[in-house]
Design a protein around this ligand. Structure first.
Ligand code: MN
Length: 263
C-alpha cells in the first residue's frame, strides 16, 4: 500500500455473508478503503480454526468484490488471500459477531479464527464482536469502533501486534480499554435431557457464562461499558513450561530416567 492509495480491506465473519453484523461492518469500512467481502454462505459460529481439506470449496460471486464460500471462516480468509482477491489485503477485519468473544472463548470462535488466519498469512487482522446477541442488536456503534481500531492499526503498524480482538458492549461505549483475556469459570455442568423417544442427549454451553474477577480483563471492560481491545499472538508456547520441562531432554547417548513399569 502506498501512502496515497486506499488500503484494501478483507472482511469476513462466522455468522454468514447475509448477517447484519457483516453488512454494517463492510459498509462502515468503505470510508477507510476498498472493501472485499469473502464470507461463509451460512452461519458457521464456534467452528474454531477449522480448515476444509477433504471436499471441494465453491465460491459464489454475489456482487462486486463480494463472495460467498461453502466453507469455514478460516477457509474464506485463506481462499481470499491465496486465491480469490486480485490484490493482497492490507488488513483483515472479521465480524461483527452476533455475541461476545471474550476470554477463553476465543479458542472456539470462528470470528477470531478468521482474523487469526489473516495474521498467520502475514496480514494484520481485527476481530470484532458485539456483546448484544439479540436479533434487534444495533451494530452501528460497533461498526464505528471497528473503523477506528482498523484506522489506528493501519496508521501506526504497532510492532508485534498482528491480531487484535475487539468486543463492543451494548449501547454507546464509554471509551476503549486495552485488556488481557479473562478466564471462564466452568460452574455449570452440561445439560442432560431425554428426547421424545427416551434417549439421553446433552446440550453444551446452555448456562449463563461466569468469569473470574480481574480489572484488566476483557470481560471486566465490556461489563463496565467500555470497548475491550486485546492484542493476541499465535505462539502458544508456554515459556514457563519450557523451562520446567528442560530436565526431560535427552539425546542418543543418555536416555531419560527409566520409568517404573511394575509395582
Ligand atoms: Mn458467530
Amino acid at each position: 500500500m502506498t501512502a496515497s492509495a486506499r488500503p484494501n480491506i478483507l472482511v469476513s465473519n462466522d455468522d454468514g455473508i447475509h448477517a447484519p453484523g457483516l453488512t454494517a461492518l463492510a459498509a462502515a469500512l468503505e470510508k477507510l478503503g476498498e472493501v472485499y467481502v469473502v464470507a461463509p454462505d451460512r452461519e458457521r459460529s464456534a467452528v474454531g480454526h477449522a480448515l476444509t481439506l477433504h471436499r471441494p470449496l465453491r465460491v459464489d460471486p454475489l456482487g462486486p468484490r463480494r463472495f460467498a464460500v461453502n466453507g469455514t471462516p478460516t477457509d474464506c480468509v485463506n481462499l481470499a488471500i491465496l486465491g480469490i482477491l486480485p490484490v493482497r489485503p492490507d488488513v483483515v477485519v472479521s465480524g461483527i459477531n452476533n455475541g461476545s468473544n471474550l476470554g477463553d472463548d476465543v479458542t472456539y470462535s470462528g470470528t477470531v479464527s478468521a482474523a487469526m488466519e489473516g495474521s498467520l498469512l502475514g496480514v494484520p487482522a481485527v476481530a470484532v464482536s458485539l456483546v448484544d446477541a439479540s436479533a434487534t442488536a444495533d451494530y452501528r456503534p460497533a461498526a464505528r469502533t471497528a473503523v477506528e481500531v482498523t484506522r489506528l492499526l493501519l496508521r501506526d503498524r504497532p510492532s508485534g501486534v498482528t491480531l487484535v480482538n475487539v468486543n463492543v458492549p451494548r449501547g454507546a461505549p464509554r471509551g476503549i480499554r486495552m485488556t488481557r483475556l479473562g478466564r471462564r469459570v466452568y460452574s455449570e455442568k452440561v445439560t442432560e435431557e431425554r428426547d421424545p423417544r427416551g434417549k439421553v442427549y446433552y446440550w453444551i454451553g446452555a448456562g449463563p457464562p461466569a468469569w473470574e474477577a480481574g480489572e484488566d480483563t476483557d470481560f471486566a471492560a465490556v461489563h463496565a461499558g467500555y470497548v475491550s481491545v486485546t492484542p493476541l499472538h499465535l505462539d502458544l508456547t508456554s515459556y514457563d513450561g519450557l523451562r520446567v520441562l528442560k530436565p526431560w531432554e535427552s539425546d542418543g547417548a543418555r536416555r531419560p530416567a527409566r520409568r517404573r513399569t511394575r509395582g
